[in-house]
Design a protein around this ligand. Structure first.
Ligand code: NAP
Length: 309
């Protein structure tokens, strides 16, 4: 059966109806335009612009890039942005004092603390110190609790970006079986929660490293969200024809043919999986751009709450 399966070309049904890209890059540009227009109306009316701050501790290269991208996007939509760069040797107490300062600064609508933090700092203690009203990453226990209860809250940026992609591309979700791979607090768990709620109405299966029958489950999935941090983990033999595949993974791999010496790949083996999907997010240019945009949307929401403008 195996040989036969490999040598027989896929029928059009097996390939899906023809894959379409969930183009996060284009969608992010469109949403940024919408935010920029709103900010322009606010400032034209004499109000101050929304203000997003970021705190970064240490010199981690990836974190520096993420914060620089957030700063750039903030400027693009007309936000005020500030970055608090702190040395690797910063003590937990010093960081908590900075958070207290940001919590109390009326000119800052929202802020993020870029993770990971140096090992000598208790990450959860730091997150817990952020005012829930300024927690635009949606990581504090109060916002997580509100999200689970379906109350107004700041939803973590990556799950929110995934929801935006599904909604704006008009992907049918009600009654669909969605299999989420990965149960992290920042991606898998919140996305599973959001997609199971009224509005999306998926039947959700949440998988993790102890799930014993993973392939059996993914083969049943109408929608697969892959957020496990393993390069090209999801292969074509794990995907049902016509499935929607959302690839959250981001990995840099060396590539001498590229000017910068690397290319970015995801948790999905796109060269074989894409042909079987109805919709798929590319990497790069899928979930990533929507993550930053969601942070901007949350900041605008924080601004409206804070200023009542
Ligand atoms: P994480 O905290 O490392 O969590 C990984 C999850 O995957 C864990 O729940 C783990 O299970 C599960 N897992 C690991 N191996 C597995 C396997 N073989 N089968 C099933 N489940 C398995 O990861 P994360 O922070 O959610 O990030 C996941 C990926 O998304 C990374 O590549 C990250 O860089 C990327 N990411 C991208 C964005 C974006 O904007 N596009 C944002 C955030 C993260 P256990 O709980 O049992 O250990």
């Amino acid at each position: 059966m195996g040989d036969n399966h490999v040598s027989t070309p896929l029928s059009s049904k097996e390939r899906g109806e023809g894959v379409r890209l969930l183009d996060g890059k284009a969608m992010a540009l469109q949403i940024k335009d919408e935010i920029a227009n709103e900010v322009r109306s606010l400032t034209d009316a004499g109000h101050r612009a929304p203000h997003l701050a970021a705190v970064i501790v240490g010199e981690d290269g990836a974190s520096q890039t993420y914060v620089a991208n957030k700063e750039k996007s903030s400027h693009e939509v007309g936000f005020t942005s500030s970055v608090y760069r702190m040395a690797e040797s910063t003590s937990e107490r010093q960081l908590l004092e900075t958070i207290e300062f940001l919590n109390n600064d009326p000119d800052i609508d929202g802020f993020i603390v870029q993770l990971p933090l140096p090992k000598h700092i208790d990450e959860q203690k730091v997150i817990n110190a952020i005012s829930p009203d300024k927690d635009v990453d949606g990581f504090t226990p109060v916002n997580v609790g509100r999200m689970v209860l379906g109350e107004e809250c700041f939803v973590p940026a990556t799950p929110m970006g995934i929801c935006t992609l599904l909604k704006r591309f008009g992907i049918e979700t009600a009654g669909k079986h969605c299999v989420v791979l990965g149960r992290s607090n920042i991606v898998g768990t919140p996305v599973a929660n959001l997609l199971s709620r009224k509005g999306f109405d998926c039947t959700v299966t949440l998988c993790h490293s102890r799930t014993s029958n993973l392939k059996e489950l993914t083969l049943q999935a109408d929608i697969v969200v892959v957020a496990i941090g393993k390069p090209e983990f999801l292969t074509a033999d794990m995907v049902k024809p016509g499935a929607v595949v959302i690839d959250v993974g981001i990995h840099r791999v060396a590539d001498a043919s590229k000017k910068n010496g690397y290319r970015v790949i995801g948790d999905v083996k796109h060269d074989e999986v894409d042909a079987k999907c109805s919709w798929v997010t590319p990497v790069p240019g899928g979930v990533g751009p929507l993550t930053i945009v969601s942070l901007l949307q949350n900041t605008l929401q924080a601004y409206h709450r804070q200023t009542r403008n």
